[in-house]
Write a protein that binds this ligand. Structure first.
Ligand code: IPM
Ligand code: MG
Length: 360
């Protein structure tokens, strides 16, 4: 039976990087007879331009019906002044929430070829392989009430709410433990339990879940310390599990350890491993349309899709291998460039991965 994949390129560099990822996906589809059928739709600013909203109901229906979704990035200055409720980012948050994609996996792996591209000393990052498990459909991103009110003195005051229920914490903790179990068997739960009530419950529930995973070593860390430890000694981490906002921030930080956020893929999974796959980076409006964006994070997101949604380990390995071959060849987009390498654009990088995959 054919498997449906919905492609949502989004805005900014989204369409450029997606074009390259689709080339790679189509080749893998042919080469390994995967039986994928691809269809395209719009999200974010592109959807605002077309439908007046950042995620149209029919797009959401198609995403629900698809077996997996591949997404580029959303947002840009053109839509920055739109009211918050229909900004491009709301489309992304809505599709995450509506599809129940609570488990966000953000691996930060340093390709040995890119050790020079990291802002940290090579010995600090060599061999780095950490996984951030970010809760994606709860916490302060979605909490109510939120808004702006006028105080008695006439001053405006804005507020957000950071709620977490036991079941929300339990299910993301399980993802963290499950991942740690098949990796280095170490899980660090990151919170701010010295200040936040939601973090106190988080820690309590994670401790409860830990009883089912005696083979995994659990530690807890406050988020400010975690931010520091990530740049001081990142290799102490195996899997980090954390809430929505802390995960947003720490995953950007972790990405720089690997040389560039342009290298980081992600998977967002529901309870049945149905998933949406996207690069961790944003739509980079400053370089959009220039053909210089790094497509590798999106290409590696295709590999995660094959792995997590379809259990196609060999095809997923092949795509990762092809990326590694291209890096061995010394090809680099600007974000990962270092002296002695060959600087290439988005399309050349995509073509090189296609050629490498074809020759494997
Ligand atoms: C991410 C992004 C999004 C987020 C934005 C675009 C809403 O930063 O995927 O990390 O904050 O989740
Ligand atoms: Mg982010």
């Amino acid at each position: 039976m054919s498997k449906q994949i919905l492609i949502l390129p989004g805005d900014g560099i989204g369409p450029e990087i997606m074009a390259e990822a689709v080339k790679v996906l189509e080749l893998a589809n042919d080469k390994y007879s995967l039986g994928f059928e691809l269809s395209h739709d719009v999200i974010g600013g592109a959807a605002i331009d077309k439908h007046g909203v950042p995620l149209a109901d029919e797009t959401l229906d198609r995403a629900r019906a698809a077996d997996a979704v591949l997404l580029g990035a959303v947002g840009g200055p053109k839509w920055d002044t739109i009211e918050r409720d229909i900004r491009p980012e709301r489309g992304l948050l809505k599709i995450r929430a509506q599809l129940g994609l609570f488990g966000n996996l953000r691996p930060a792996i340093l390709y040995p070829q890119l050790a020079d591209a990291s802002s940290l000393k090579p010995e600090i990052v060599a061999g780095l392989d950490i996984l951030i498990v970010r809760e994606l459909t709860g916490g302060i991103y979605f909490g109510a009430p939120r808004g702006t009110r006028t105080l008695e003195n006439g001053e405006r005051q804005s507020y957000d709410t950071l709620p977490y229920s036991e079941s929300e914490i339990r299910r993301i903790a399980r993802v963290g433990f499950d991942m740690a179990r098949v990796r280095g068997k170490k899980l660090c739960s990151v919170d701010k339990a010295n200040v936040l009530a939601s973090s106190q419950l988080w820690r309590e529930v994670v401790e409860q879940v830990a009883k089912d995973y005696p083979d995994v070593e659990l530690s807890h860390m406050y988020v400010d310390n975690a931010a520091m430890q990530l740049v001081r000694a990142p290799k102490q981490f195996d899997v980090i599990v954390t809430d929505n906002m802390f995960g947003d921030i720490l995953s950007d930080e972790a990405s720089m350890l690997t040389g560039s956020i342009g290298m980081l893929p992600s998977a967002s999974l529901d309870a049945n491993n149905k998933g949406m796959y996207e690069p961790c980076h944003g739509s980079a409006p400053d370089i959009a349309g220039k053909g210089i964006a790094n497509p590798l994070a999106t290409i590696l997101s295709v590999s995660m899709m094959l792995r997590y949604s379809f259990n196609l380990q060999d095809a997923a390995d092949a795509i990762e291998k092809a990326v590694s071959v291209v890096l061995d060849q010394g090809l680099r987009t600007g974000d990962i460039y270092s002296a002695g390498c060959t600087k290439v654009g988005t399309q050349e990088m995509g073509d090189a991965v296609v050629a490498a995959l074809r020759n494997l």
